[in-house]
Design a protein around this ligand. Structure first.
Ligand code: FAD
Ligand code: NA7
Length: 461
C-alpha cells in the first residue's frame, strides 16, 4: 500500500549526519509513487551537520542551550574517508577530482552538505528548535513533542506518528573526579570543550583516557607545539611506539597542586589536564520508559537491528552505537527505518526481536580485539543492507581498510594520515595530499583543495 503514510507525521530530532540520512532516505523514495509523510526535523543549532558544524563556543550557546559540538580546529578525519563514503553520493561526484583519504573537518562538512543540498531538504528542518520533552499516548498511538523555538522564545507542541532520535551521543561529557584536582592551578577541561591546541603550546599537558579523543588530542598538542604530552590510561594503554615528547602512564591516583601522582609511583608536574574520558548517552527530553540507557558500545541493548526501540518500534534511534562505520552506517539504518515507517518492512514479534538482539549481544560480549570489533560492526552493516534498497557496497573491502588503518596507526601515529585508500563506491584511488599531515597546520577547505586544481579532472563516467 503506497498510501500508508499519507497524512502521517514523522519527527526527527537532530540534523546531524544521522538525521540528514533519514531525510535523504525519504527523498530517495519520493519518485517511486509513494505518498510521503510530513517530515519535520528539529535542530537546536542554527545549522545542520551536527558534530561537523564547528562551534567556537563552549558551555552554553547564545540562547543558553548546552553546546552540542565537541569538534575542534585542525581536526582531520581519524579514519580513511573511503570507510564512510555514502554509497549513493560518492566523493568523486562531490569534489569532481580525487582527494586524499583523510580530509580535514571543513571538507567532510562540505561533502555531507553536498548530498542534501541536491533536494529541498532544508525546508523540513526547524533550526534553533530544541526538543524539550516527549510523551507517548497509548490510546492515540501518537507522540507528543514539546519544543522550544529559541529565536522567539516560544514553547509549543507537535503530535507525531513516528519519532526518530538522531541527537548524537558524543556531546555530554563523562567527567571523572580525582582527589585533589579541585586545587589544580592550571586548566582542567573535558575533550568536549577542547577547541584546538593553541593554548597548550609550550605547556606540559596531561590527558586522561586511552581512546580516540586521547590519541587525537594528544597528537594534536604534540603537533602544534606542547612541551610534553602524557596520556594516562585506566584499563589498557594505547600501546604504540610514541614519538619522543608523548608517553603513556597508568592512571592518576590523585593530585597535589600541579603535581599528578600515578599508579606506578611516578609523579610529575603539569600545566593542564584534559579529560578524554568519553561521553554519556543523554536524552533529557525522554521519559524513563522511552529512554535508551546504555554505555558507549557496539550493540546497545533494547534496540532491534540497532534502531527500533523494542517496547515501542515507532520510536527509532539512529547512530547510537560506538562507531567504526559512520555516515554509511547511519544511511543503512535510516533506509531500514524508512521502510518500516512506510510499511515496506514488517517487523517480527517483540519476542522474536528480543531473541535477535540477544544473539547480537552475546556476540558483542565475546569481542576481544579491535579487529573483532571491526568484524562485528561489518556483520551488523551487512545485516542492515539485506533489509533495504540502500545501494550495496563491499563491506568486506571496507572491513579490510579498517584493519589496515589499525595497523597504519600502530606503525606510525604521525604519518597514518598520509596513506591513501581506494573507494569501494567508484574504484577511485585517493590522491596524495600536497603536504604531509605533520607539516599541514591549516585545515581550511581552500588550502586543502588548492594544488589539486592542477590535477586532471575526473572524467565523466
Ligand atoms: P551528531 O553529529 O552529534 O548530531 C546530532 C544533532 O542533534 C546535533 O546537530 C544536535 O544539535 C542535535 N540535537 C541534540 N539534542 C537536540 C535536542 N534536544 N533538540 C534538537 N536537536 C538536538 N566520525 C567520523 O566518521 N570521522 C571522524 O573523524 C570523526 N571524528 C570525531 C571527532 C569528535 C571529537 C567527535 C565527538 C566525533 C567524531 N566522529 C567522527 C563521530 C561523529 O559523532 C559522527 O561522524 C557523526 O557526527 C554522528 O552523527 P549524528 O547525526 O548521529 O550525531
Ligand atoms: P571513548 O571511545 O568512549 O573512550 C573513553 C575513554 O575514557 C576510554 O579510554 C576509557 O577508558 C576512558 N575513561 C572513561 N572513564 C574514565 C575514568 N573514570 N578514568 C579514566 N579513564 C576513563 O570516547 P572518546 O572521546 O575517546 O571517543 C568518542 C568519539 O569521539 C569517537 O567516535 C571519536 O571518533 C571521537 P577504559 O578503556 O574504559 O578504561
Amino acid at each position: 500500500n503506497k498510501n500508508v503514510m499519507k497524512n502521517k507525521r514523522v519527527g526527527i530530532i537532530g540534523a546531524g549526519p544521522s538525521g540528514l540520512a533519514q531525510i535523504r532516505a525519504f527523498e530517495a523514495l519520493k519518485n517511486q509513487g509513494y505518498a510521503m509523510p510530513e517530515i519535520i526535523c528539529f535542530e537546536k543549532q542554527e545549522n545542520w551537520g551536527g558534530m561537523w558544524n564547528y562551534s567556537w563556543r563552549t558551555g552554553v550557546g547564545k540562547y543558553g542551550e548546552p553546546i552540542h559540538g565537541s569538534m575542534y580546529k585542525y581536526l582531520w578525519s581519524n579514519g580513511p574517508k573511503e570507510c564512510l563514503e555514502f554509497s549513493d553520493y560518492s566523493f568523486d561526484e562531490h569534489f569532481k577530482k580525487p582527494i586524499s583519504s583523510y580530509p580535514p573537518r571543513p571538507v567532510l562538512f562540505d561533502y555531507i552538505q553536498g548530498r542534501i543540498k541536491k533536494s529541498n531538504a532544508r525546508e523540513y528542518i526547524r533550526f534553533d528548535t530544541t526538543v524539550r520533552w516527549v510523551s507517548f499516548d497509548e490510546e492515540t498511538q501518537k507522540f507528543s513533542v514539546v519544543l522550544d523555538d529559541l529565536k522567539i522564545d516560544k514553547t509549543y507542541t507537535e503530535e507525531l506518528d513516528f519519532l526518530v532520535v538522531a541527537s548524537g551521543h558524543f556531546s555530554t561529557p563523562n567527567m571523572p573526579y580525582f582527589k585533589g584536582i579541585e586545587n589544580f592551578p592550571g586548566t582542567v577541561m573535558h575533550a568536549h570543550d577542547f577547541r584546538g591546541a593553541d593554548q597548550f603550546i609550550d605547556r606540559n599537558v596531561l590527558i586522561i583516557g586511552s581512546s580516540y579523543s586521547a590519541e587525537d588530542i594528544g597528537v594534536q598538542c604534540y603537533k602544534h607545539g606542547s612541551k610534553s604530552v602524557t596520556l594516562s590510561y585506566r584499563s589498557n594503554p594505547i600501546g604504540i611506539d610514541w614519538p619522543q615528547g608523548i608517553k603513556e602512564l597508568p592512571l592518576v591516583t590523585h593530585f597535589e597542586d600541579d603535581t599528578a601522582f600515578f599508579k606506578d609511583g611516578t609523579t610529575e608536574k603539569y600545566d593542564a589536564v584534559i579529560m578524554c574520558t568519553g561521553y554519556r548517552h543523554k536524552f533529557p527530553f525522554l521519559p524513563d520508559e522511552l529512554r535508551l540507557k546504555t554505555k558507549n558500545n557496539l550493540f546497545p541493548d533494547h534496540l532491534y537491528k540497532g534502531i527500533f526501540f523494542n517496547q515501542l518500534p515507532q520510536l527509532i534511534y539512529l547512530g547510537m552505537q560506538d562507531q567504526y562505520y559512520t555516515f554509511n552506517m547511519f544511511d543503512a539504518q535510516a533506509w531500514v527505518a524508512r521502510d518500516f515507517m512506510m510499511g515496506r518492512l514488517a517487523l517480527p514479534s517483540e519476542a522474536a526481536r528480543r531473541f535477535d538482539m540477544d544473539r547480537w549481544l552475546k556476540k558483542n560480549n565475546e569481542l576481544e580485539s579491535s579487529i573483532d570489533n571491526v568484524d562485528f560492526q561489518s556483520d551488523y552493516i551487512k545485516d542492515l543492507l539485506a533489509l533495504s534498497d540502500y545501494p550495496h557496497f563491499s563491506v568486506d573491502k571496507v572491513a579490510e581498510m579498517f584493519k589496515e588503518w589499525l595497523l597504519d596507526k600502530e606503525e606510525d601515529i604521525l604519518t597514518y594520515r598520509d596513506k591513501t585508500y581506494q573507494s569501494v563506491v567508484t574504484g577511485t584511488m585517493a590522491a596524495q595530499h600536497h603536504t604531509d599531515w605533520m607539516d599541514e597546520l591549516d585545515d581550511s577547505k581552500e588550502r586543502y583543495l588548492y594544488a589539486a586544481e592542477e590535477e586532471e579532472l575526473i572524467p565523466e563516467r
